[in-house]
Write a protein that binds this ligand. Structure first.
Ligand code: PLP
Length: 424
């Protein structure tokens, strides 16, 4: 047989070097530094398996995509069934899976959230909501929060809260004010008659898993109502059961004007994003039906999988599972924090959306590398590199969670020892 490496010199090179030469040289250096050199091959539930057959327990959950785990059988079946029929839409005739998905969202989202716009990512869902809020109100400004993460397209980036990602692209969209997260009075002070919308995450994900005070969202809702401002709730990361409810906003009883979804809506199989809006926020489509569109948005394959993903979430009681497993994890993590206060400063979160705050990014990075050596995957939050987030698939077994937490404790002991040796 022909030796592939001899006939194709590219194949002889390791994949990370090829990635460095063809995708992102800077990120390749980070992967190399962290010892992340193997390539993913397949997955099963909460396990990710690399090309060498090494199994990792995935606490990073594809940054929130893998609520249902890797290759959920019902979701694979839904994908295969639809793939055989029609993957993409003609966009001329009606698309049945898309309508069925929209009807399901109408049923399962709070209050009178009625209409859906479909796209392909979280940032696109946020862009759509920001634009629709302007159209619905005839106003041009938005309020967001410090530390927020809403995506990296121009509008979504403008309402995001980390200067490192924003500065190279200035000037961004004008008319955006950032107020501190969790402080409803700061929103109230910033509101005025030209603000189209306030955009907020029910729990800040990339900001470092920040849970706001109990009545925060209700007070923001009330403040918006007083000035005729719309409320956009971004559940791209918190949605689909992660916090113990299908949508995190349900903990507050608040009905937003727009609910943004993506990530786990696609069941870990398809990319799909959605904005679900109240009737009053949708008037523009009655006048100009094509005012905001997406060629791939709501394609039959993605929509069929998303519909099944919602059904699986409800029928397998994944929100309840998030709450139950979250309580177990939280207890163990609190014990670790009490034991290694020099390593871990705080544990916080809700359901299976937990954050561990470390003294600095170096300690967080050392723990991530230790965990990787132990075949546990966990990652930083993008806007706060002192925080490692634990957002595993909600289908993780109790045994897998127990193993991951035991390895976490061993990793913390190792990091604690380094810090001792460094005299920190
Ligand atoms: N909104 C939130 C709350 C997110 O966490 C993210 C991504 O992490 C986004 C929006 C952007 O989603 P995407 O990367 O699919 O554009």
């Amino acid at each position: 047989m022909e030796n592939v490496a001899e006939s194709d010199p590219m194949m002889a090179m390791d994949l990370l070097t090829r990635y460095e030469r063809s995708v992102n040289p800077g990120l390749a250096r980070v992967f190399r530094f962290m010892g992340l050199e193997s390539a993913e091959a397949t997955g099963d539930g909460a396990l990710l398996i690399d090309e060498n057959g090494t199994e990792y327990i995935d606490l990073a959950g594809g940054y929130g995509v893998m609520v249902h785990g890797y290759r959920h059988p019902r979701l694979l079946q839904a994908a295969h069934r639809q793939l055989e029929k029609l993957a993409q839409s003609s966009r001329v005739l009606l698309n049945r899976p898309m309508v069925e998905l929209a009807e399901e969202l109408q049923q399962v989202t709070p209050g009178d959230l009625t209409y859906s716009f479909f796209c392909n990512s979280g940032a696109e869902a946020v862009e759509a909501a920001l634009k629709l809020a302007r159209a619905a109100t005839g106003r041009s400004e938005w309020i967001s929060t410090v530390g927020a993460f809403h995506g990296k397209t121009m509008g979504a980036l403008t309402v995001s809260g980390r200067d490192t990602y924003r500065d190279p692209f200035q000037p961004l969209v004008p008319g955006v004010t950032h107020v501190s997260y969790g402080d409803a009075s700061a929103v109230r002070r910033a509101l005025h008659s030209q603000v189209a919308a306030v955009i907020v995450e029910p729990i800040q994900g990339e900001g470092g898993i920040i849970v706001p005070p109990d009545n925060y969202l209700a007070e923001v809702r009330e403040a918006c109502d007083q000035t005729g401002t719309l409320l956009i709730v971004d559940e791209v990361q918190t949605g689909m059961g992660r916090t113990g409810r299908l949508f995190a906003i349900e903990h507050s009883g608040v009905v937003p004007d727009f609910l943004c979804l993506a990530k786990a809506l696609g069941g870990g199989i398809m990319p799909i994003g959605a904005v679900v809006g109240r009737p009053s926020a949708w008037d523009i489509f009655s006048v100009q039906p094509l005012i905001h569109t997406s060629t791939f948005g709501g394609a039959p394959l993605a929509a069929a999988v998303a519909l099944e993903a919602i059904r699986v979430t409800i029928e397998e009681r994944l929100p309840e599972r998030a709450e139950m497993l979250g309580n177990i994890a939280r207890r163990r993590l609190d014990q670790m924090q009490a034991r290694y206060p020099g390593v871990i400063r705080e544990v916080r979160g809700m359901g299976l959306m937990l954050g561990l705050e470390f003294a600095n990014a170096g300690v967080a990075g050392a723990l991530m590398a230790e965990l990787f050596q132990r075949h546990i995957l966990a990652v930083y939050t993008l806007n706060n590199d002192r925080v490692i987030r634990l957002i595993p698939p909600l289908v993780i077994t109790e045994d897998q969670l127990d193993t991951a937490l035991t390895e976490m404790e061993a990793a913390m002991a190792a990091v604690d020892q380094y810090l001792d040796e460094l005299g920190e």
